[in-house]
Write a protein that binds this ligand. Structure first.
Ligand code: NAP
Length: 342
């Protein structure tokens, strides 16, 4: 296997910052995973598996072990009936290409998750979601390599510990499983409202009443690309903060002070706040910070952009300015969404 040495990790994060990997190799098939892990163990160095780096911030110190880049490809329909199709997707497939492929086949379920950057293997880790849909709604099982038992296996959706933008792969079992594939079940029926307001508005403005997965994918792609920078051109990690959840009492007192605050009730009785609103209200919409070379995107303040930052320390210092201001104004601590590695 081709194991490279001293590779810049800037090329493995869409934020384009960070140090070097001591070792780096690409895995093209499932069986490459145990071989590479064994190699790292033999060298007595740590390893980590990454996808396309869209949700990763590398530390300036870099990583002294082996970075395994997931390039395992393959997608196929396992079975289908009148109403649905069950699909198996290898974890190195680019998520948005998978969505496009399912929509071409007139299948519905993941079209709301169009243009979410990253690989398929990263999707269950944070249970990706957008416009009210989330991966767990369609997921049947996740194929894994278990580093504890040194064996391939699968974990059914109910055992994945899915929550809002989270799973056991991100929390309790972080680092244990390497995701090799996912199996999802999609519908042959059209998507049905209610939709998020931004999507509903787009459909009515464009006088679209006949709904199917293609119409929704096109709408989501148009809305997203009008609001969000393309990570292939502009260095960013998408939303940099997750939406905070607060108690009703806390929300009521916030609403008294800020009547325009945005919040949505959740199943457990708590209120989900729009992190973007907090960041904007804290004065960080479309801000260019000369000191760090960072900015926030003018049409989506949740997106932090590396304009000419030199180090991850610059990014973290800019992030801290936002976190501190939001804390001072609202008494809330924003949580970072992209993972800081190692
Ligand atoms: P938007 O539609 O203006 O909504 C702003 C925020 O309010 C979102 O975070 C969304 O929460 C929440 N929200 C809106 N309508 C809601 C409803 N009916 N019920 C519950 N929550 C509601 O925001 P946007 O910034 O254009 O984002 C649209 C979608 O794309 C969102 O789902 C968002 O998560 C997703 N997105 C993802 C990224 C990324 O980098 N991964 C970046 C931007 C946007 P949720 O986030 O929980 O949906």
């Amino acid at each position: 296997m081709d194991i490279k040495e001293n590779i810049s990790l800037k090329d493995y994060s869409t934020m384009r910052l960070g140090g070097q990997a001591r070792w780096l190799a690409e895995a093209y098939e499932e069986n490459d995973i145990p071989v590479l892990i064994e190699w790292a163990k033999h060298q007595n160095v740590p390893f980590m598996v990454i996808g396309s780096g869209s949700n990763i911030v590398w530390r300036d110190e870099g990583f002294s072990g082996l970075v395994i880049v997931n390039k395992i490809l393959g997608k196929q329909i396992l079975n289908e009936d009148e109403d649905s199709a069950t699909i198996h997707i290898a974890s190195g497939e680019i998520w948005d290409e998978v969505v496009g492929w399912t929509v071409e086949k007139s299948l519905s379920g993941i079209e709301f998750l169009s243009l979410i950057p990253g690989t398929t293997g990263a999707a269950p880790v944070q249970n990706i979601g957008a416009y009210g849909a989330e991966l767990s709604n369609n997921l049947i099982e996740v194929g894994v390599y278990d580093d504890e038992t040194n064996a391939f296996g699968s974990i059914i959706a109910s055992q994945c510990g899915f929550g809002y933008r989270t799973s056991r792969f991100k929390k309790a079992d972080k680092g244990r499983f390497i995701i090799t594939s996912i199996t999802i079940k999609l519908s042959k029926k059209s998507p049905i409202p209610p939709f998020y307001e931004s999507l509903k508005n787009y459909l009515s403005e464009h006088k679209i009443s006949e709904l199917n997965s293609k119409v929704i994918r096109d709408a989501v792609m148009n809305i997203r690309s009008s609001k969000l920078p393309d990570p292939a051109e502009i260095a960013n990690n998408g939303s940099f903060f997750t939406n905070p959840f607060i108690d009703q009492d806390q929300f009521d007192s916030l609403k008294q002070k800020y009547p325009e605050v945005k919040g949505w009730p959740t199943k457990d009785g708590r209120i989900k706040l729009a992190a973007a609103w907090l960041v904007e209200e804290a004065g960080f919409k479309g801000v260019h910070d000369d000191e760090t070379g960072m900015s926030t995107w003018p049409t989506q303040a949740l997106v932090l952009v590396n304009e000419h930052a030199k180090t991850t320390a610059d990014l973290l210092s800019f992030k801290q300015k936002i976190v501190d201001k939001v804390q001072e104004l609202f008494g809330l601590t924003l949580e970072q969404e992209p993972e800081l590695l190692p």
